[in-house]
Design a protein around this ligand. Sequence first.
Ligand code: PRP
Ligand code: GLN
Ligand code: SF4
Ligand code: MG
Length: 509
Amino acid sequence: MSSATGSAWSAEAGAGRLNQPAADARFWSGDYYNEGHSHEEIFDKVKEECGVFGVFGHPGASELAYFGLHALQHRGEESCGICTSEEGAFHYHRGMGLVKEVFDRDKLDGLVGDRAIGHVRYSTSGSSKLANAQPLVFKYRDGDLAVCTNGNIVNEPVIRRELEEQGSIFQTSSDTEVIAHLIARSPKDLVEAVKDAFARLIGGYAFLIMTKDRLIAACDPNGFRPLVLGRIGDAYVFASETCAFETIGAEYVRDVEPGELLVLDKNGLREERFAKMERRAICAMEYIYFARPDSDIYQTNLHSARKRMGQKLALEAFVDADIVTGVPDSSISAAIGYAEQTGIPYELGLIKNKYTGRTFIQPSQELREKGVKMKLSAVRRVVEGKRVVMIDDSIVRGTTSLRIVNMLREAGALEVHVRITSPPFMNPCYYGIDTPNPADLIANTKSVEEIRKAINADSLYFLTKEGLMDAVGGHEGEKNRGLCMSCFDHDYPTQVQFEQAKATSCSCD
Ligand SMILES: O=P(O)(O)OC[C@H]1O[C@H](OP(=O)(O)OP(=O)(O)O)[C@H](O)[C@@H]1O
Ligand SMILES: NC(=O)CC[C@H](N)C(=O)O
Ligand code: SF4
Ligand SMILES: [Mg+2]
């Protein structure tokens, strides 16, 4: 095993151990809180996205949606909703919070019908409020229409403005609403109207659309967001991730292809297209971080892919150490891979408190100042006196790494070497991930050596794009072998400048 040298994405401390005070001393002193910043702002980072779930032809549609959404909860915790259809009559319930908080037996019993679409949300377009919770439900000339999406429509501000100028009145500030308007205004048959509407969109999205007699699923022409089709008995199901199928006992059939439109009605399943596949650009962060390890994307299991990322990291940046530890939960798989490849034992050096949600009540000022300790703790007896390799999936603002490195040192680690299973995250995402302001992305303003110093690590290494692509498997013969990596390389697969119009075109929140 050789150690990597000369990579633009690696840095090592000079001779001797780093014992400088935490670079982010204001965090530790509690200044941010004292200045009135909320916990959410302080901990603001790349947020997950959204999850969609659909059922067609099952008497227990709302229950399946409930369990499916519960399995997809990691994709969005702000709000959720389920809309069912019973012979053309729609029933729906939406609320702010987690699936288990928003729904109970009574609510589910009220959601009758043999078809449903459901959603868990992290907002990317339009603020986090009930009006923007999905599925969005409308009445149009042919009856009820419900829509939900995972993703982001880059040119939504332009379409919204155009529609407003033609008289449309929007009920929400969500980008998802434009598709409903485009469909409703078209004189064509539903499927043709939906195809025309999608043809107008630029961005990354996985949509589910339900009308009185149809359920339609569609993915953008680049395939940024995952969407899978499954079967349970005679019924069809759709989900953002296959883990939802495991939960409800459905069988995976296939992934929905970029530019594809699947239509379910009384005649069964029809496979159509609204666009030819553009460059395939599946979100690399799905493989690195967002999706659950027990899910598969294009039949690649996420735990296995992450393990390979860890193995690649070991090959690219070996460091002599006593133990390898992963930052729970998302980096455990990669840490196992790094340990397997190097022969350095994998240890549980860090523990995550599973009861820490995003919106926990802030207790005393003293505890708030040590906020991170509510989420993660170092296992002193495991790390004390050890040289530790710490694997994480990403460094966004750098706050997590800094806190964890310092926590490991406080627990007695002799050295802390940080290995990251993604390239430096330096550009914003326009395709359904809520990223901090580019100026707050640490890799946007700092070199790898500067980041290493800022997070107080003995060495730091980011997996190369090539290592990442090999680990994922990719799709031979296509540019980037089928992954979007724009947040690492700024090579956006679609136009993105519309996004900038947002601030000026839409005054709503
Ligand atoms: O550099 P930062 O801005 O701190 O962000 C990076 C961290 O954020 C994510 O973890 P997070 O704590 O959000 O959740 P997780 O428990 O799902 O990994 C990610 O896994 C990194 O650990
Ligand atoms: N994270 C997402 O996929 C968000 C979907 C949609 N853009 C919204 O904000 O509601
Ligand atoms: S820019 Fe990054 S987070 Fe956004 S879709 Fe591409 S890889 Fe995923
Ligand atoms: Mg993490």
